[in-house]
Design a binder for this molecule. Structure first.
Ligand code: ATP
Length: 256
């Protein structure tokens, strides 16, 4: 494995105070190599999105260490450099774009915030890179399809030239055919831009499509780590992972 870009040690995330405290992540260790695409799967409520939010500096209370590119995240404060290096793409492109902001405004404001110059040229390039083209530049979100909105959300995440993209169920709000388009776009962008991904999905097929390695979560803990080859072959240490794989295959069988 090449040098790690992300190292997580004994991450614990909780919400609220006793007696109502919820321990969402209960001691997670994870290492992701530069350029790798890493997936987090597991049952609903197992802590997947909470890990992503902690990595993005959005978890209110946590302990342990999170290091990206050698820089340690402290509390919920992110340095401007950390902010540029780590960007997030959310599940729902309908909710994550302001209804009264054009694509141009979304991208130009983000580029300025990230301290970029040459805004015009960069907007055109970002729109080309995400397969939208420049004709979409002055459209509002309601003038875009779900897949096109998610492409804008990806362009916004790429604006500051991050090293690490956090993808929280980036295709689950989309039709199946559009899901595949966005997954292929993400796969191409990773190679072209040398990006690293950490992606959360409840769908093993989606993870298998995009990720080289994955961790399986249950009850706030990682219970298994495997490669995409292991996943395809159905090789897993934990019985829970084998159950997930079997369930995903029987579902795929019903879909076919
Ligand atoms: N803001 C919050 N306040 C209190 N509890 C929360 C909060 N956010 C998440 N939780 C709890 O933390 C646990 C983990 O939630 P999380 O969203 O990380 O799960 P998940 O694995 O991503 O689930 P899903 O696949 O359903 O999105 C759950 O029990 C959830 O109810």
């Amino acid at each position: 494995m090449s040098a790690p870009i992300l190292e997580i040690r004994d991450l614990r995330v909780w919400f609220g105070n006793p007696p109502d405290r919820v321990d969402a992540v209960k001691g997670v260790d994870l290492t992701v190599a530069r350029g790798e695409s890493f997936g987090l799967v597991g049952e609903s409520g197992s802590g997947k999105s909470t890990i992503l939010r902690a990595l993005a500096g959005l978890a209110p209370t946590w302990s342990g260490t999170i290091t990206v590119d050698g820089e340690s995240l402290r509390g919920t404060r992110r340095s401007p450099a950390f902010h540029r290096r780590v960007q997030m793409v959310f599940q729902d492109p309908y909710a994550s774009l302001h209804p009264r902001h054009t694509v141009d405004r979304v991208l130009s404001e983000t580029l300025r915030l990230q301290g970029m110059d040459d805004i015009d040229r960069r907007i055109g390039k970002l729109l080309d890179d995400v397969g939208l083209g420049r004709g979409f530049r002055f459209r509002y979100p309601h003038q875009l399809s779900g897949g096109q909105r998610q492409r804008v959300a990806v362009a916004r995440a790429l604006a500051g030239e991050p090293a690490l993209l956090l993808l929280d169920e980036p295709t689950s709000a989309l039709d199946v055919s559009v899901q595949a388009e966005i997954l292929n776009l993400l796969a191409d962008l990773r190679v072209e831009r040398g990006l690293t991904y950490v992606m959360v999905s409840h769908d093993l097929a989606v993870i298998g499509h995009l990720c080289q390695r994955l961790a399986v979560m249950q009850g706030g803990l990682i219970v298994d780590q495997l490669t995409a080859d292991d996943l395809r072959a159905g090789r897993a240490d934990s019985a829970y992972t084998r159950e997930l794989i079997a369930a995903s295959r029987s579902y795929a069988g019903r879909e076919a």
